[in-house]
Design a protein around this ligand. Structure first.
Ligand SMILES: Nc1ncnc2c1ncn2[C@@H]1O[C@H](COP(=O)(O)OP(=O)(O)OP(=O)(O)O)[C@@H](O)[C@H]1O
Ligand SMILES: [Mg+2]
Length: 295
Protein backbone atom coordinates (compact mmCIF):
# COMPACT_ATOMS: atom_id res chain seq x y z
CA UNK A 1 0.00 0.00 0.00
CA UNK A 2 1.24 3.49 -0.86
CA UNK A 3 1.31 6.31 1.64
CA UNK A 4 0.44 9.83 0.50
CA UNK A 5 3.04 11.42 -1.72
CA UNK A 6 4.53 8.13 -2.75
CA UNK A 7 5.06 6.79 -6.23
CA UNK A 8 6.45 3.39 -5.45
CA UNK A 9 7.54 0.45 -7.54
CA UNK A 10 10.14 -2.28 -7.66
CA UNK A 11 10.78 -3.00 -3.98
CA UNK A 12 9.76 -6.19 -2.26
CA UNK A 13 6.95 -5.23 0.09
CA UNK A 14 8.26 -7.65 2.70
CA UNK A 15 11.77 -6.12 2.97
CA UNK A 16 12.26 -4.91 6.55
CA UNK A 17 11.83 -1.24 7.36
CA UNK A 18 15.20 0.36 8.12
CA UNK A 19 14.15 3.93 8.77
CA UNK A 20 10.85 5.55 9.57
CA UNK A 21 9.57 9.02 10.26
CA UNK A 22 6.21 9.73 11.83
CA UNK A 23 4.53 13.14 11.85
CA UNK A 24 7.89 14.89 11.78
CA UNK A 25 7.79 18.66 12.02
CA UNK A 26 10.57 21.22 12.14
CA UNK A 27 10.10 24.87 12.98
CA UNK A 28 12.76 27.52 13.22
CA UNK A 29 12.30 30.26 15.78
CA UNK A 30 12.73 33.65 14.16
CA UNK A 31 13.18 37.09 15.64
CA UNK A 32 10.20 38.78 17.35
CA UNK A 33 8.80 35.51 18.70
CA UNK A 34 7.67 34.31 15.30
CA UNK A 35 8.58 31.00 13.79
CA UNK A 36 8.96 29.43 10.41
CA UNK A 37 7.21 26.08 10.06
CA UNK A 38 9.27 24.21 7.49
CA UNK A 39 8.31 20.55 7.89
CA UNK A 40 4.64 20.17 8.68
CA UNK A 41 4.09 16.46 9.21
CA UNK A 42 6.34 14.10 7.30
CA UNK A 43 5.57 10.40 7.32
CA UNK A 44 8.04 8.04 5.72
CA UNK A 45 8.98 4.38 5.75
CA UNK A 46 12.13 3.27 4.02
CA UNK A 47 12.70 -0.42 3.46
CA UNK A 48 15.99 -2.23 3.15
CA UNK A 49 17.36 -2.01 -0.37
CA UNK A 50 14.87 0.67 -1.35
CA UNK A 51 15.86 3.66 -3.43
CA UNK A 52 13.85 6.73 -2.47
CA UNK A 53 14.00 10.11 -4.17
CA UNK A 54 12.66 13.35 -2.75
CA UNK A 55 11.91 16.26 -5.06
CA UNK A 56 10.44 19.65 -4.34
CA UNK A 57 11.00 23.30 -4.89
CA UNK A 58 13.92 25.17 -3.40
CA UNK A 59 13.35 26.08 0.23
CA UNK A 60 10.57 23.54 0.78
CA UNK A 61 12.56 21.70 3.46
CA UNK A 62 14.36 18.84 1.72
CA UNK A 63 17.76 19.42 3.33
CA UNK A 64 16.04 20.05 6.65
CA UNK A 65 14.41 16.63 6.40
CA UNK A 66 17.61 14.90 5.34
CA UNK A 67 19.50 16.47 8.25
CA UNK A 68 16.87 15.18 10.67
CA UNK A 69 16.89 11.71 9.15
CA UNK A 70 20.70 11.76 9.23
CA UNK A 71 20.71 12.62 12.94
CA UNK A 72 22.39 15.95 12.28
CA UNK A 73 19.35 17.90 13.47
CA UNK A 74 16.37 17.14 15.69
CA UNK A 75 12.69 17.27 14.79
CA UNK A 76 10.56 19.80 16.63
CA UNK A 77 7.91 17.08 17.03
CA UNK A 78 7.33 13.59 15.71
CA UNK A 79 9.46 10.52 15.71
CA UNK A 80 12.39 9.25 13.66
CA UNK A 81 13.26 5.60 14.21
CA UNK A 82 16.20 3.60 12.95
CA UNK A 83 15.61 -0.12 12.80
CA UNK A 84 19.13 -1.39 13.39
CA UNK A 85 20.29 -5.01 13.62
CA UNK A 86 20.21 -4.67 17.42
CA UNK A 87 16.62 -3.38 17.44
CA UNK A 88 14.74 -0.12 16.90
CA UNK A 89 16.36 3.11 18.05
CA UNK A 90 14.42 6.35 18.46
CA UNK A 91 16.33 9.48 17.48
CA UNK A 92 14.79 11.45 20.30
CA UNK A 93 16.22 9.13 22.94
CA UNK A 94 19.83 9.31 21.75
CA UNK A 95 22.53 11.50 23.23
CA UNK A 96 25.06 13.23 21.01
CA UNK A 97 27.64 10.42 21.26
CA UNK A 98 25.06 7.79 20.30
CA UNK A 99 23.88 9.88 17.36
CA UNK A 100 27.48 10.23 16.16
CA UNK A 101 28.02 6.50 16.50
CA UNK A 102 24.96 5.62 14.41
CA UNK A 103 25.96 8.18 11.79
CA UNK A 104 29.46 6.76 11.62
CA UNK A 105 28.51 3.06 11.71
CA UNK A 106 25.38 2.90 9.62
CA UNK A 107 24.92 6.02 7.54
CA UNK A 108 26.72 7.72 4.70
CA UNK A 109 25.91 11.35 4.05
CA UNK A 110 26.56 13.36 0.89
CA UNK A 111 26.01 16.99 1.82
CA UNK A 112 24.53 19.53 -0.55
CA UNK A 113 27.63 21.67 -0.05
CA UNK A 114 30.06 18.73 0.34
CA UNK A 115 31.69 19.84 3.64
CA UNK A 116 35.14 18.53 2.79
CA UNK A 117 38.05 19.42 5.05
CA UNK A 118 40.03 22.05 3.14
CA UNK A 119 43.42 21.47 4.76
CA UNK A 120 43.92 17.79 4.08
CA UNK A 121 44.22 15.84 0.84
CA UNK A 122 41.35 14.32 -1.09
CA UNK A 123 42.56 10.88 0.03
CA UNK A 124 42.53 11.87 3.70
CA UNK A 125 39.05 13.33 3.30
CA UNK A 126 37.83 9.96 2.06
CA UNK A 127 39.70 8.17 4.87
CA UNK A 128 38.23 10.42 7.54
CA UNK A 129 35.15 8.33 8.44
CA UNK A 130 37.41 5.27 8.88
CA UNK A 131 39.75 7.31 11.05
CA UNK A 132 36.90 8.51 13.27
CA UNK A 133 35.66 4.99 13.80
CA UNK A 134 39.01 3.61 15.03
CA UNK A 135 41.53 4.23 17.78
CA UNK A 136 44.67 5.83 16.39
CA UNK A 137 46.68 2.64 17.00
CA UNK A 138 44.15 0.53 15.11
CA UNK A 139 43.93 3.08 12.33
CA UNK A 140 47.70 3.00 11.91
CA UNK A 141 47.66 -0.80 11.83
CA UNK A 142 44.94 -0.90 9.18
CA UNK A 143 46.00 2.14 7.26
CA UNK A 144 47.30 0.23 4.25
CA UNK A 145 44.03 -1.70 3.69
CA UNK A 146 41.95 1.39 4.38
CA UNK A 147 43.99 3.41 1.91
CA UNK A 148 43.43 0.73 -0.71
CA UNK A 149 39.69 0.98 -0.11
CA UNK A 150 39.73 4.77 -0.23
CA UNK A 151 41.64 4.65 -3.51
CA UNK A 152 39.22 2.08 -4.90
CA UNK A 153 36.31 4.42 -4.04
CA UNK A 154 38.09 7.38 -5.56
CA UNK A 155 38.58 5.21 -8.65
CA UNK A 156 34.83 4.51 -8.77
CA UNK A 157 34.13 8.25 -8.92
CA UNK A 158 36.98 8.79 -11.40
CA UNK A 159 39.32 10.74 -9.13
CA UNK A 160 42.08 8.45 -7.92
CA UNK A 161 44.66 10.49 -9.80
CA UNK A 162 43.58 13.57 -7.83
CA UNK A 163 44.01 11.98 -4.41
CA UNK A 164 46.96 14.10 -3.32
CA UNK A 165 45.28 17.43 -4.11
CA UNK A 166 43.47 19.59 -1.59
CA UNK A 167 39.70 19.88 -2.14
CA UNK A 168 40.09 23.61 -2.83
CA UNK A 169 41.98 22.82 -6.02
CA UNK A 170 39.12 20.71 -7.43
CA UNK A 171 36.06 21.79 -9.40
CA UNK A 172 32.63 21.74 -7.73
CA UNK A 173 31.65 18.53 -9.48
CA UNK A 174 34.92 16.86 -8.50
CA UNK A 175 34.38 17.84 -4.87
CA UNK A 176 30.91 16.42 -5.06
CA UNK A 177 32.36 13.10 -6.23
CA UNK A 178 34.93 13.12 -3.41
CA UNK A 179 31.99 13.57 -1.02
CA UNK A 180 30.32 10.52 -2.58
CA UNK A 181 33.49 8.44 -2.13
CA UNK A 182 33.79 9.61 1.49
CA UNK A 183 30.17 8.68 2.20
CA UNK A 184 30.90 5.11 1.06
CA UNK A 185 34.08 4.66 3.11
CA UNK A 186 32.52 2.93 6.12
CA UNK A 187 30.29 0.68 4.01
CA UNK A 188 27.06 2.33 5.15
CA UNK A 189 23.77 0.44 4.99
CA UNK A 190 21.91 3.66 4.26
CA UNK A 191 23.13 6.49 2.08
CA UNK A 192 21.52 9.91 2.49
CA UNK A 193 22.40 12.18 -0.41
CA UNK A 194 21.49 15.83 -0.75
CA UNK A 195 21.52 16.65 -4.46
CA UNK A 196 24.43 14.27 -5.09
CA UNK A 197 24.61 15.11 -8.79
CA UNK A 198 23.59 18.77 -8.54
CA UNK A 199 26.90 19.99 -9.87
CA UNK A 200 27.65 17.41 -12.51
CA UNK A 201 27.33 17.50 -16.27
CA UNK A 202 24.95 15.01 -17.87
CA UNK A 203 27.60 12.40 -18.60
CA UNK A 204 29.31 12.42 -15.20
CA UNK A 205 25.95 12.51 -13.55
CA UNK A 206 24.91 9.40 -15.54
CA UNK A 207 28.07 7.66 -14.31
CA UNK A 208 27.16 8.48 -10.69
CA UNK A 209 23.59 7.25 -11.26
CA UNK A 210 24.97 3.94 -12.53
CA UNK A 211 27.25 3.71 -9.50
CA UNK A 212 24.26 4.22 -7.19
CA UNK A 213 22.28 1.59 -9.10
CA UNK A 214 25.12 -0.91 -8.78
CA UNK A 215 25.55 -0.27 -5.05
CA UNK A 216 21.83 -0.56 -4.57
CA UNK A 217 21.46 -3.76 -6.58
CA UNK A 218 24.64 -5.60 -5.68
CA UNK A 219 25.27 -4.46 -2.12
CA UNK A 220 21.66 -3.69 -1.18
CA UNK A 221 22.59 -0.25 0.07
CA UNK A 222 19.45 1.71 0.83
CA UNK A 223 19.35 5.14 -0.80
CA UNK A 224 17.45 8.25 0.06
CA UNK A 225 18.33 11.17 -2.13
CA UNK A 226 17.09 14.68 -2.54
CA UNK A 227 17.34 15.77 -6.13
CA UNK A 228 16.26 18.30 -8.71
CA UNK A 229 17.43 15.91 -11.41
CA UNK A 230 14.46 14.13 -13.01
CA UNK A 231 16.59 11.36 -14.48
CA UNK A 232 17.97 10.50 -11.04
CA UNK A 233 14.52 10.72 -9.47
CA UNK A 234 13.17 8.33 -12.10
CA UNK A 235 15.73 5.71 -11.12
CA UNK A 236 14.29 5.53 -7.62
CA UNK A 237 11.71 2.83 -7.02
CA UNK A 238 9.97 5.18 -4.58
CA UNK A 239 9.48 8.82 -5.47
CA UNK A 240 8.37 11.46 -3.04
CA UNK A 241 7.33 14.98 -3.85
CA UNK A 242 7.46 17.56 -1.08
CA UNK A 243 5.10 20.50 -1.15
CA UNK A 244 4.69 22.97 1.65
CA UNK A 245 6.47 20.82 4.22
CA UNK A 246 4.60 17.59 3.49
CA UNK A 247 4.74 14.80 0.96
CA UNK A 248 2.05 15.37 -1.61
CA UNK A 249 0.12 12.61 -3.29
CA UNK A 250 1.18 13.31 -6.86
CA UNK A 251 3.26 11.12 -9.12
CA UNK A 252 6.70 12.26 -10.13
CA UNK A 253 5.54 12.68 -13.72
CA UNK A 254 2.70 14.90 -12.61
CA UNK A 255 4.99 16.92 -10.36
CA UNK A 256 7.49 17.42 -13.19
CA UNK A 257 4.75 18.37 -15.62
CA UNK A 258 3.32 20.91 -13.17
CA UNK A 259 6.75 22.22 -12.38
CA UNK A 260 7.58 22.75 -16.03
CA UNK A 261 4.26 24.57 -16.48
CA UNK A 262 5.18 26.76 -13.49
CA UNK A 263 2.10 25.61 -11.60
CA UNK A 264 1.42 24.66 -8.02
CA UNK A 265 4.87 23.41 -7.00
CA UNK A 266 6.28 26.82 -7.78
CA UNK A 267 3.60 28.63 -5.87
CA UNK A 268 3.73 26.46 -2.75
CA UNK A 269 5.09 28.97 -0.32
CA UNK A 270 6.58 28.80 3.11
CA UNK A 271 4.44 30.51 5.64
CA UNK A 272 5.26 32.05 8.91
CA UNK A 273 3.34 31.03 11.96
CA UNK A 274 3.02 33.20 15.00
CA UNK A 275 2.90 31.62 18.42
CA UNK A 276 -0.52 32.15 19.99
CA UNK A 277 0.91 34.71 22.41
CA UNK A 278 2.56 36.92 19.76
CA UNK A 279 0.63 40.09 19.20
CA UNK A 280 2.91 41.93 16.74
CA UNK A 281 2.44 42.35 13.02
CA UNK A 282 3.76 39.75 10.60
CA UNK A 283 6.96 40.36 8.74
CA UNK A 284 5.88 41.31 5.20
CA UNK A 285 9.12 39.98 3.73
CA UNK A 286 8.42 36.54 5.11
CA UNK A 287 4.80 36.69 4.05
CA UNK A 288 5.97 37.17 0.49
CA UNK A 289 8.09 34.02 0.91
CA UNK A 290 11.38 35.86 0.65
CA UNK A 291 12.65 33.93 3.67
CA UNK A 292 13.02 30.97 1.34
CA UNK A 293 15.74 30.62 -1.21
CA UNK A 294 14.60 30.88 -4.80
CA UNK A 295 15.68 28.40 -7.47
N1 LIG B 1 18.67 27.59 10.92
C1 LIG B 1 17.62 28.11 10.24
N2 LIG B 1 16.93 29.17 10.72
C2 LIG B 1 15.87 29.68 10.04
N3 LIG B 1 15.42 29.19 8.88
C3 LIG B 1 16.07 28.14 8.35
C4 LIG B 1 17.21 27.54 8.99
N4 LIG B 1 17.65 26.52 8.22
C5 LIG B 1 16.82 26.48 7.14
N5 LIG B 1 15.88 27.45 7.23
C6 LIG B 1 14.80 27.71 6.26
O1 LIG B 1 14.06 26.52 6.09
C7 LIG B 1 13.62 26.43 4.73
C8 LIG B 1 13.96 25.07 4.17
O2 LIG B 1 15.37 25.01 3.97
P1 LIG B 1 16.06 23.75 3.27
O3 LIG B 1 17.51 24.02 3.25
O4 LIG B 1 15.59 22.51 3.94
O5 LIG B 1 15.43 23.83 1.81
P2 LIG B 1 15.66 22.86 0.55
O6 LIG B 1 14.35 22.25 0.20
O7 LIG B 1 16.79 21.92 0.83
O8 LIG B 1 16.06 23.89 -0.60
P3 LIG B 1 17.16 23.78 -1.80
O9 LIG B 1 16.50 22.98 -2.89
O10 LIG B 1 17.35 25.20 -2.19
O11 LIG B 1 18.39 23.15 -1.25
C9 LIG B 1 14.24 27.60 4.00
O12 LIG B 1 13.28 28.61 3.85
C10 LIG B 1 15.36 28.05 4.90
O13 LIG B 1 15.58 29.42 4.79
MG1 LIG C 1 18.72 21.75 0.13
Amino acid sequence: MSSPGTDRSGIEAEAPIVLSAESVTRSYPLADRRRLDVLRGIDLEVREGEMVSVMGMSGVGKSTLLNILGLLDTATAGEVTYHLPGGPVRARELDEAERAEIRNEHLGFVFQFYHLLPDVSVLDNVLLPAMIRRSSARYRRERRTLTERARHLLGLVGLDDRRRQRPGTLSGGERQRVAIARALMNEPRILLCDEPTGNLDVRTSEAMHSLFDTLNREERITFLFVTHDPSLARRAGTRKVMVDGRFEAVSLEEALARNSRGEELETAELKTAEPETAEGARDPDLERGEGAATP
